[in-house]
Write a protein that binds this ligand. Structure first.
Ligand code: GFB
Length: 309
């Protein structure tokens, strides 16, 4: 990408999109096309097409999505499938109609079967049933991958896709009802410390394994793939390291400096038992993550204290 190329970051106010904008700015890309969702509803076909016709972006990072943690996915399945399908249909089709040079779709490793062999290779896609708590979201993201591949096959476009594992970092959603586990626990431990509570409640059994990758690593990997990857298959982005939710809770307790107990609420769902991505494809391409979990937790807690307290 030339430094003056027009680059559309769809979803630039979100966790991934805002990290992409920081990274693009740091590297000197000065011609970014950005629209907030209140200015442009990407679920609207005519409005989305009008933006592409008027602005003619050369590159598109498709980071706009309806996202959330296990409770949000479970409670609002219609929103998760409808919003994501509409956004992807509109952006990908408009990109094709308006000659976008290259597009990167961001998805999630929840597209893979619930009981896929671990670590999960990209080839596991569509080999088994999905995790029920996020099936509608996963189906939408799988449709996004297939849209990219189909347009490449029929129209010769260069639309690629990347599947980050559970991510976290600055600008994450810390709302306890809709967030992912990491920001939720950071907030719960912080508020318990401040209020002097004796314990913090963690959902589920604490036994599921999850892998986390810092969003700044995801932004760097996304740029790397935009520059270097031409394959049609999705590429996993992860750290390749997993831990249990209990271990995660203990690490966050330490970072926040809470000294009380951790209590598990088994009435809440565990979700998929294990979800470790195989990152050999992106390693072979020449990229690996740079931010280890403890460092990322400390940085994210500092951001939380500075911005949300
Ligand atoms: O991060 P999370 O909401 O989503 O939950 P998933 C991960 C695990 O943490 C589950 C447990 O076992 C939760 O029960 N957990 C413990 C908590 N305490 C909490 C809490 O206070 N809040 C939350 N949210 N979880 C999502 C998918 O799955 O991951 C999406 O629903 C997407 O589609 C995303 O793929 C990356 O890892 O289970």
């Amino acid at each position: 990408m030339d430094k003056d190329a027009k680059i559309y970051v769809a979803g630039h106010r979100g966790l991934v999109g805002s990290a992409l904008v920081r990274e693009l700015a740091r590297l000197g890309y000065g011609n970014l096309l950005l629209r907030e969702s209140r200015e442009l509803d990407l679920r609207n076909q005519a409005d989305t097409l009008a933006l592409f016709q008027a602005e003619r972006p050369e590159y598109v990072f498709l980071a706009a999505a309806k996202v959330g943690g296990i409770a949000a996915n479970n409670s609002f399945p219609a929103d998760f499938i409808y919003d994501n399908l509409m956004i992807q249909n509109n952006v990908i089709h408009s990109a094709y109609l308006n000659g976008v040079a290259k597009l990167l779709l961001l998805g999630s490793t929840c597209i893979y079967p619930r009981l896929a062999p671990q670590p999960i290779r990209e080839e596991a896609l569509l080999t088994g049933p999905l995790e029920p708590t996020n099936e509608p979201y996963a189906i939408a993201k799988i449709a996004g991958i297939k849209l990219c591949q189909s347009y490449n096959r029929q129209y010769g476009t260069r639309f690629i896709s990347a599947m980050p594992t559970n991510l976290y970092g600055p600008n994450d959603n810390f709302d306890l009802d809709s967030s992912h586990v990491l920001p939720a626990l950071m907030r719960k431990f912080h508020e318990a410390k401040v209020s002097g509570s004796p314990s913090v409640t963690v959902w589920g059994s604490g036994t599921p394994y999850r892998e986390f990758v810092h969003v700044d690593d995801v932004a760097r990997a996304s740029l790397f793939l935009m520059e270097r990857y031409e394959g049609w298959e999705p590429v996993n982005i992860g750290s390749g390291q997993e831990l249990t939710i209990r271990e995660l809770a203990e690490k966050i307790r330490e970072v926040v400096g809470f000294t009380g107990e951790i209590v598990f609420d088994s009435s809440k769902p565990d979700g998929t038992p294990r979800k470790l991505s195989d990152v050999s494809r992106i390693h072979q391409l020449g990229w690996r993550h740079g931010i280890e979990l403890m460092q990322g937790l400390r940085d994210t807690y500092a951001w939380y204290l500075a911005n949300l307290c």
